[in-house]
Design a binder for this molecule. Structure first.
Ligand code: ZN
Length: 370
């Protein structure tokens, strides 16, 4: 039912509207207009002001003629860098950038699928349930748009986020929680040659802490990593301060907390042993989620995949997306593959087959597989 030529033309237009994170204003304006033209009730919030972006989250609502529960469809508007002046190129049924920018199929493949599905519904006057749409800002820089949504205005309790790499049919029904940890070890400087006993080496304290720490693969669903270790002045000065930035992730929210506490304890024990001080900050980036394999959200995608004769692939992810934030705010969500590939690189591409399948799948989900 979708119009492939229109999807392609629309996608090529959308990727040519610049929308690097924080500069989504023009793109958000274009989407507001499109949703209004499609007959949705449209509004925006003031998330841009809160996170320092030129655009705000865009919301749309289309009441249905069927009395069934509403479904939310969501993609993000922002792109990573370099995302200015994108010139898409089509070669052998694959869309690439011209090689000096990203393509922005992350996440405009999701945006175009949602808009095309809505257009078909309007055009063909399809019978449907209530449909909500949310386009978020600043996803790529810490899920900032979805963290600042007006959740009290959303009607849906179930959502599809269209924002995963991998072929259409991929269903991320499980994703980890992540905490970011910043440690500052404060020792005491002294002349390393003349009076080293008067100093406390922050490097030595931090090294002791890290050496006692469980890191990397903790168990099959939990990981931890020290990402950076900064400090030191000169060889003749006992190092007074170091800063360590680390993360831990797990599919189990409690295990993330346990690993976080373990890492804090290692620093505290080492600081105590050497008489140093430790300060730390824990940034809870996002919570993890698991949607059961037999949940309606997953079942509906499987049914849609059957209809399209493509393979459904329920799986888990090692990263976070807006779906984590929806789940943390009481809206069950899965993240779906749109076919975007090699994202966050200038080699990013998407096949026409995936681009069209994503729109077909989205339409099928909006129509609940009917
Ligand atoms: Zn994305």
């Amino acid at each position: 039912m979708i119009n492939e030529e229109r999807v392609l033309k629309h996608f090529l237009e959308l990727v040519q509207i610049d929308s690097e994170s924080g500069q989504e204003g023009e793109f958000a304006g274009a989407l507001v207009k499109e949703l209004q033209d499609l007959g949705l009730q449209v509004w925006t919030d003031n998330a841009g002001e809160k996170v320092g972006a030129t655009g705000n989250n865009v919301y749309g609502y289309l009441p249905g003629d069927l009395d069934i529960e509403p479904l939310l469809f969501s993609s993000h508007m922002d792109t990573v860098v370099p995302g200015k002046g994108i010139k898409p190129v089509i070669k052998d049924n694959v869309i690439y950038s011209s090689g000096d920018t990203i393509l922005a199929s992350d996440d405009k493949s999701g945006v175009v699928a949602i808009l095309e599905a809505l257009r078909v519904i309007k055009e063909k006057k399809c019978s449907h349930g209530p449909i909500e749409v949310v386009f978020t800002i600043s996803e790529e820089v810490g899920l900032k748009g979805s963290k600042n949504l007006e959740y009290n205005k959303l009607k849906s309790k179930k959502a599809y986020v269209l924002d995963s790499s991998g072929d259409v049919g991929k269903i991320i029904r499980q994703a980890p929680a992540q905490n970011k940890l910043i440690f500052k070890v404060i020792g005491k400087s002294a002349h390393a040659g003349v009076a080293p006993e008067e100093g406390i080496s922050a490097i030595q304290v931090a090294a002791e802490a890290v050496s006692k720490m469980k890191l990397l693969r903790i168990d099959e669903e939990t990981t931890a990593n020290i990402g950076s270790f900064k400090g030191g002045v000169a060889t003749n000065i006992v190092c007074p301060e170091v800063e360590i930035v680390a993360e831990t992730r797990s599919l189990d929210n409690e295990k993330v907390e346990a690993q976080t506490n373990h890492m804090i304890r290692c620093f505290q024990d080492a600081a105590k042993k050497f008489g140093a001080k430790v300060e730390y900050e824990v940034d809870k980036m996002y919570q993890g989620y698991t949607i059961p394999d037999d949940d309606m959200l997953v079942a509906l995608v499987k049914k849609a995949c059957d209809n399209l004769e493509i393979k459904a692939n329920p799986t888990s992810s090692g990263g976070g997306s807006d779906a984590n934030i929806y789940n943390g705010n009481g809206i069950q969500a899965v993240n779906l593959g749109t076919g975007m590939s090699k994202v966050h690189t200038v080699e990013e591409y998407i096949t026409l087959e995936n681009l069209f399948n994503c729109a077909k799948l989205t339409l099928d989900l909006m129509l609940r597989g009917e």
